[in-house]
Design a protein around this ligand. Structure first.
Ligand code: ZN
Length: 168
């Protein structure tokens, strides 16, 4: 499987956004082959993100219209996220500079919530497991960034461009 970034216009497209599908968890629980296929995709996404020096990658960025993403947590471990939900705690308080693999050489200023509570499925020992947790700091920011991709939002849509490096 060779993953390739799709143009930014595709991850912002409203029609494509509507085609992003949640993963059918019941099928994954019953069908080992489907589970394995999904695990392969998620592992490839992690490899790709590491190669590109990103902290996270959403499937939509590589043209896969499914609600899945991977991200590197504070401890440096990669987490696989399936069908994420985000519940914001408090009002947006942080204004941060963010980058995105889909917008190379650009930096955007984005408003984020400091703390969020999240719910998602992940894979542990080749089994599908549900997780609920509260996130703060970097983990919270990266999770919100990747979650935005699932709903067609990006830092270019909601943020303010503050720096654009020219390619040499
Ligand atoms: Zn991104």
């Amino acid at each position: 499987m060779i993953l390739k970034l799709v143009p930014a216009i595709d991850i912002e497209d409203e029609k494509l956004r509507d085609t992003i599908k949640g993963i059918n968890i019941d099928i994954l629980k019953k069908n080992k082959e489907e589970l394995m296929k999904l695990e392969i995709v998620l592992n490839e996404m992690i490899k790709f993100a590491i190669k590109e020096k990103g902290f996270g990658l959403s499937a939509i960025q590589v043209g896969i219209y499914k609600k899945i993403f991977v991200f590197r947590d504070r401890k440096g471990e990669w987490e696989k996220v399936i069908n994420p939900q985000v519940f914001k705690i408090g009002s947006p308080k942080l204004i941060l500079n963010e980058k995105c693999l889909s917008y190379p050489n650009q930096i955007y200023e984005v408003k984020r919530n400091k703390r969020i509570s999240v719910s998602y499925y992940t894979l542990i020992d080749h089994k599908i497991v549900r997780k609920h947790k509260e996130l703060n700091g970097m983990n919270s920011i990266i999770f919100q960034h990747e979650y935005d991709h699932q709903i067609g939002q990006t830092i270019a849509i909601k943020g303010k461009l503050i720096k654009m490096k020219m390619k040499k």
